[in-house]
Design a binder for this molecule. Structure first.
Ligand code: SF4
Length: 465
């Protein structure tokens, strides 16, 4: 997505007109408004990943009155309202609903279901609130680069092991593992501290990042760049006063399991492209109130969990437009917001992705997970940075089609209409089926044949198409 960031922030500037010069402590990070082709875009933070039914009803009202009638779940666990015409009015409505948080500058990604999940290491909700409070108190954190993220992961089925954090805090056996710049597997570990020390160690490390960043030319935008240049030792002394004598531990997280009903814990739902309509929000609010759990939990995987939901809640939740089954092919589709929402896009990416998915079901079923179909408005690939089995990249109102590649990669076919893309993919499906060994996974066959082999095999069928 190519946005035009407003020079200070739209909300601050709007406020300045009536309130004089910007006050440094005025909550610049609770909303990060940006101008997109379809209007202002606001991102609202949750409280440690929780939204009450009151919050859901307020978001539905505000999205309908001030935005495009829906909200988006972001990959940082925030709620996005798009197409906002009157930012001042939207902000006033969010404030009135208690949805503007005086929060810390960096995004804080929290595993929000520790109290529901017996397999979680710990419930990190209180730690998350303490980290937010500690960072908000110090205006220096407002100078952190906008993309800075802290991941606070209590483990369990709804873990955040795959989420990248400039700073990662992983609960391990009653303590917290502190690591820098990575996922649970790849972050560079510094050591262990008590959960009570987490706010202090987070503050110390982020201040060290700011200090080191200021000494470097050019100024690096991410902590990972400082780490790469100066090494772990540059951060070690900032964390040392808070670390225990125990050695750092490797963090092992299994596959996160959140969709569908987990008896005694939650009912998890995803939404196509992470978009929930205002009506869907109201139905979610009904479900929260009917099952009496009090709130939903929002994960950075763009899924929501309804606590303690029984089987009777399933129909209500799915009426909200949610995906409640792990084998739903829509979980394997990614598409950016596309034409009308992004000035670069020339194709209606999301509608095309859903239409195409119905025409090539074989490519989306029975896979090993991950993205099978990515429809991107341009080579930037905002919705999915990695490779997909099939990628369509918008190009002047048509699509370039690549196989087992990322958006913008060398295409197998260029300049296709959606019908032409579907015809070629049907041919690819048939070629793969014809070449597939017994019990071989579709991805394995595709990899074995390679993009060139698939093109050759399927090209005969589509010649002249
Ligand atoms: S990938 Fe999509 S949203 Fe991102 S810049 Fe390109 S068209 Fe816009």
């Amino acid at each position: 997505m190519r946005f035009v960031p407003l020079s200070v922030s739209a909300m601050n500037r709007l406020s300045e007109h009536s309130q004089g010069p910007r006050r440094r402590g005025w909550c610049p990070s609770a909303l990060r408004p940006m101008m997109a082709a379809d209007g202002l875009l606001l991102r609202v933070r949750t409280r440690a990943g929780r939204l009450t039914s009151h919050d859901l009803r307020a978001l539905a009202r505000i999205a309908s009155a001030h935005g495009d009638g829906a909200v988006g779940l972001t990959r940082r666990g925030k709620i996005e309202i798009r197409g906002v015409r009157d930012g001042e009015a939207a902000l006033a409505a969010l404030r009135k609903a208690g949805l503007v948080r005086n929060d810390s500058a960096p995004d804080l990604l929290v595993s929000p279901a520790g109290d529901l999940d017996s397999s979680a290491q710990t419930d990190v909700t209180a730690t998350a609130e303490a980290v937010s409070a500690a960072l908000h108190q110090d205006p220096r954190f407002q100078d952190l680069p906008a993309k800075t993220a802290i991941v606070l992961d209590g483990g369990g089925r709804a873990h955040l092991g795959d989420n990248y954090g400039d700073l990662r805090i992983d609960a391990v056996g009653g303590a917290a593992s502190i690591a820098l710049a990575g996922t649970a597997q790849t972050a560079r570990p510094l050591g262990l501290c008590s959960l009570e020390a987490v706010p202090a160690v987070a503050a110390a490390l982020l201040l060290r990042f700011l200090r080191l960043q200021a000494t470097m030319v050019p100024k690096p935008r991410r902590l990972s760049a400082v780490l790469q240049s100066l090494g772990l030792n540059a951060f070690q002394s900032a964390a040392a006063p808070f670390l225990t004598r125990d050695s750092a531990r490797a963090i092992h997280r299994g596959r996160a399991e959140v969709i569908g009903r987990v008896p005694g814990a939650w009912y998890g739902l995803a939404f196509p492209f992470g978009v929930v309509s205002a009506d869907g929000l109201l139905r979610l609010a009904d479900a929260v109130e009917n099952c009496g759990s009090g709130d939903i939990r929002v994960l950075p995987s763009r899924t929501v969990l309804l606590a303690n939901a029984g089987p009777e809640t399933a129909a209500l939740l799915q009426a909200a437009g949610g995906i409640g089954r792990n084998d739903d092919p829509r979980l394997r589709i990614e598409a950016c917001s596309g034409l009308g929402a992004c000035p670069v896009a020339t194709t209606p990416t999301r509608g095309d992705a859903l239409a195409l998915a119905e025409r090539v079901p074989g490519l989306l079923s029975g896979g090993a997970g991950g993205c099978a179909l990515h429809v991107s408005g341009c080579a930037k690939g905002c919705a999915h940075s990695g490779s997909a089995l099939v990628t369509l990249t918008g190009n002047g109102g048509r699509y370039d089609l690549s196989l087992m590649a990322a958006a913008g990669s060398a295409p197998v076919w260029r300049g296709l209409t959606l019908d032409e893309a579907a015809a070629r993919l049907n041919a690819v499906e048939r070629s793969v089926e014809a070449q597939r060994a017994q019990d071989e996974k579709l991805e394995a066959t595709m990899k074995r044949l390679g993009a060139a082999g698939l093109r050759r095999l399927s090209g005969k069928e589509t010649a002249g198409a």
